[in-house]
Design a protein around this ligand. Structure first.
Ligand SMILES: CC(C)(COP(=O)(O)OP(=O)(O)OC[C@H]1O[C@@H](n2cnc3c(N)ncnc32)[C@H](O)[C@@H]1OP(=O)(O)O)[C@@H](O)C(=O)NCCC(=O)NCCS
Length: 198
């Protein structure tokens, strides 16, 4: 099974490792940086525009949510796939959108709904009944308690925690280690314990 990954960054390398364990035995990267010839043990075979010509599975591994969204929209007619590391736990009743990656050690509990183009990063958790809109990133070691809602493009930083029943609006950055205990209704960057606007 062949997979083409757009974005030969550190994030792309981790996505490729998950994809290889998920069952892809042939992986190539596309990137517009011509100085890149490989990513981990995989080759960079061309620029991102080459994705228009392929008909195998495709994944956009770009950390920046706006660019990831743009790329996924550009190649929406291609075979965009979901990648779930075999050491992630995805409960029955949870749903995960296309173009989302779930990394090793992540746990997604029952009836969580995760949109498209999301990153559920290493050892993070998304508890029961959470609703994550498209292009959300839950960074390494971050935890969303039950029934949390997160708006499109929001980035929950490494090791951050969100209390249950809290809503976070679109286009926010939650700083590393922050604890979000109240709804966030205005986009922006929030840090600290409890999290406050930066
Ligand atoms: C919140 C964040 C976006 C702020 O970035 P920034 O605007 O460039 O902020 P700066 O680094 O200039 O820091 C400004 C001040 O805020 C403090 N600060 C920055 N991030 C903080 C955080 N997460 N928690 C508490 N304080 C923080 C800095 O110490 C600095 O304080 P000072 O002015 O007293 O020296 C960033 O620090 C962060 O936490 N990013 C998340 C990283 C991450 O989770 N990566 C995961 C990859 S999977």
């Amino acid at each position: 099974m062949k997979l083409t990954i757009i974005g030969a960054s550190g994030h792309g390398k981790v996505v490729a490792d998950a994809a290889a364990r998920y069952g892809y035995d042939e992986i190539e990267f596309l990137d517009d940086d011509e100085t890149l010839s490989e990513c981990g043990k995989w080759r960079v075979t061309g620029k991102t525009g080459k994705a228009a010509e392929i008909d195998n599975d495709l994944f956009v591994a770009i950390g920046n949510a706006e660019i990831r969204k743009r790329m996924m929209e550009r190649y929406a007619d291609k075979k965009l796939v979901t990648i779930i590391h075999p050491d992630a736990v995805v409960a029955e009743g949870a749903s995960i959108g296309v173009g989302t990656v779930v990394m090793a050690g992540a746990v997604i509990n029952p009836d969580a709904k995760i949109g498209k183009g999301c990153i559920i990063n290493t050892s993070s958790s998304v508890d029961h009944d959470c609703l994550l809109e498209d292009y959300v990133h839950v960074a390494v070691g971050a935890h969303l308690s039950g029934t949390v809602r997160v708006g499109e493009l929001t980035w929950i930083g490494a090791g951050a925690t969100v209390s249950n029943n809290v809503n976070i609006c679109a286009a926010c950055v939650i700083g590393a280690g922050a604890v979000v205990v109240r709804n966030i209704t205005e986009s922006g960057t929030y840090i600290g314990v409890p999290a406050r606007k930066h």
